[in-house]
Design a protein around this ligand. Structure first.
Ligand code: GLA
Length: 352
């Protein structure tokens, strides 16, 4: 007998380092966080799915057999309908349901509420269909499915960073992801007397509407000129001969990949001074080479520095969103800052 009620949780994510590298075949080091989206799916009569976004006070009802087409809807509705459509297309035998979505993630703050929603929704709907919780291998497939929702249904040409982090997260570890192979390697994140916090810049960002898609197009143009599939394969000297702004975009990707390797090495030996310096260097590169900062983000970086952060950088797609800071011993976080630490990936909380 399939269950009549499934509760699942999709976590938000923080990326320690490795920004705008995922769609460039590079390296990143994200982790899932405790906060996220909780999805409660209850079997319902009829042939419809109703999704209630509790925090927004909004609701959407659609036929399970016809969730609509890409581009028909925007925002969270596009995620919900797209997830149902992609699960069905992948062969899931979904059931009509009454779904409630609740989130304790700051919306639009760059902690990937979207991947949290898609991952939580997948697990809840698959659970209600009587399927077992996905194992490690299936999680890569689900990440791709969630990414199709974002690319095709929401119109944001994002990579796989958020979905892999939300689905594969582990407590106490960051995930070193190689986007060339999609290999995920857990890396212990031991910070001794330091803490990681995120501070919302207050400038909400959306991928579909920000400079994100433009950066992606620039990277593609740089690849075409260099004759490579991804910027991570580019020869640094050849990349340095590209016209502006492509030269700086490529330089960001190549130097950011190196910083991910250096961060993993620093964490392995507990060199947190270097870890902080790498966060600063990543931010400078995102600001100066990738042109992905905005004044509100710079102010958030300064606020964290003033509070005693030994390193701070924008996280996620940029053009707004949250800033991550590594606080030194005794530093007092700014009032609105949120402590973050690696937590479990998406999971089923209960079924009955
Ligand atoms: C967003 C996207 C990710 C990734 C980051 C930048 O979070 O969803 O795929 O590209 O920006 O690193």
């Amino acid at each position: 007998m399939p269950p009549s009620l499934v509760v699942a949780h999709g976590p938000g994510r923080v990326n320690l380092i490795g920004e705008h590298t995922d769609y460039n075949g590079g390296l990143a080091l994200p982790f899932a966080i405790e906060r996220g989206v909780t999805v409660t799916a209850a079997a319902a009569p009829g042939g419809e799915i109703t999704v209630q976004a509790r925090d927004l006070g909004e609701e959407d009802t659609f036929a399970l057999a016809d969730p609509g087409r890409p581009g028909d809807h925007e925002g969270w509705r596009a995620f919900a309908r797209g997830t149902v459509a992609e699960l069905a297309a992948a062969g899931a035998d979904l059931r009509p349901a009454q779904v409630v979505v609740e989130s304790d993630l700051p919306h639009g703050a760059g902690l990937s509420s979207s991947a949290a929603l898609a991952a939580g929704l997948c697990l809840a709907l698959l659970g209600l269909a009587g399927e077992a919780e996905p194992g490690p291998g299936d999680r890569h497939e689900l990440a791709r499915l969630c990414s199709r929702v974002e690319n095709d249904w929401v119109g944001a040409q994002t990579g796989l960073l958020d979905q892999l982090a939300a689905l594969c997260g582990e407590p106490g570890r960051a995930l070193r992801i190689d986007f060339r192979t999609l290999a995920v390697e857990p890396v212990p994140l031991e910070l001794a007397d330091r803490r990681l916090v995120v501070l919302d810049s207050g400038a909400a960002h959306t991928h579909a509407g920000s400079g994100y898609n433009e950066r992606r197009a620039e990277c593609k143009a740089a690849c075409a000129r260099l004759g490579v599939e991804t910027l991570s394969e580019a020869d640094p000297a050849a990349a340095d001969a590209l016209p502006e702004p492509l030269r700086r975009r490529a330089r960001h990707v190549l130097t950011e990949n190196t910083r991910v390797k250096e961060m993993v090495a620093a964490l392995e030996v507990g060199d947190l001074g270097t870890a902080g310096a790498l966060l600063d260097a990543s931010h400078a590169s995102l600001r100066d080479d990738y042109d992905a900062s905005v004044p509100a983000v710079e102010r958030a970086v300064e606020a964290l520095k003033a509070a005693g952060a030994t390193g701070a950088r924008m996280v996620g797609g940029g053009f707004g969103g949250a800033v991550l800071g590594l606080l030194g011993p005794g530093a007092r976080a700014p009032d609105r800052a949120l402590a973050v630490a690696p937590a479990d990936g998406a999971r089923v909380l209960s079924r009955r």
